[in-house]
Design a protein around this ligand. Structure first.
Ligand SMILES: CC(C)(COP(=O)(O)OP(=O)(O)OC[C@H]1O[C@@H](n2cnc3c(N)ncnc32)[C@H](O)[C@@H]1OP(=O)(O)O)[C@@H](O)C(=O)NCCC(=O)NCCS
Length: 159
């Protein structure tokens, strides 16, 4: 644990952060382009969509006054498979040079507690089938595979 960890905090996102999130997203998905938007216009439209889904469910990680990652949760997601509302994590990205320090875990814990406060009992997400780092990350957090669609894996966890 060095200074960098001590300086880290997680905060609710503001609309003005979306532009920076778009840059973090493009940086964070380098090497994983098959699962991501690669054009800035598309990424910005995606960030706007995330904001419209549930603006209160988006959280940012700040280190030395700089945003180093974000998570986009959605407490209004309807799971057709379950026939009920669930919490959905649509996006999580940490800048490559800040990975492996628990920032992704801290972001995820924040959004899971947001879902619990909303009375939700299940969280789900989709991950690319060869995105092994993310799959391991989710498994460490207690997510289990619960289905596939093309090259996407659906992962679920009880809250
Ligand atoms: C998935 C992601 C958000 C995880 O963020 P993170 O801040 O590295 O997460 P954490 O540090 O909390 O946990 C990372 C885990 O990866 C492993 N890890 C260790 N060092 C690492 C490093 N230098 N880089 C990446 N992962 C590392 C560890 O297993 C660690 O688990 P541990 O805490 O039990 O040791 C991040 O890798 C990312 O942004 N990936 C690209 C975008 C993406 O794929 N998003 C998910 C789409 S579904």
């Amino acid at each position: 644990m060095g200074n960098k960890e001590e300086d880290l905090y997680i905060k609710q996102a503001e609309k003005k952060d979306l532009e920076e999130f778009a840059c973090i997203y493009l940086e964070g998905y380098k090497g994983l382009e098959e699962y991501a938007y690669t054009h800035m216009d598309d990424v910005k439209a995606y960030m706007d969509w995330l904001w419209r889904r549930d603006s209160k469910g988006i959280f940012k990680a700040i280190n030395n006054n700089k945003i180093v990652g974000f998570v986009a949760g959605d407490s209004n997601w309807f799971s057709k498979k379950r026939g009920s509302k669930v919490g959905a994590v649509h996006e999580i990205v940490v800048l490559p040079s800040f990975r492996g320090r628990g920032i992704g875990t801290a972001l995820m814990e924040k959004v899971l507690s947001y879902f619990r406060d909303k009375g939700l009992s299940v969280v789900e997400l989709w991950v690319g089938d060869e995105n092994h780092r993310a799959i391991d990350f989710y498994k460490n957090l207690g997510f289990k595979e619960e289905g596939r669609y093309n090259y996407w894996i659906r992962m679920v966890k009880n809250l």
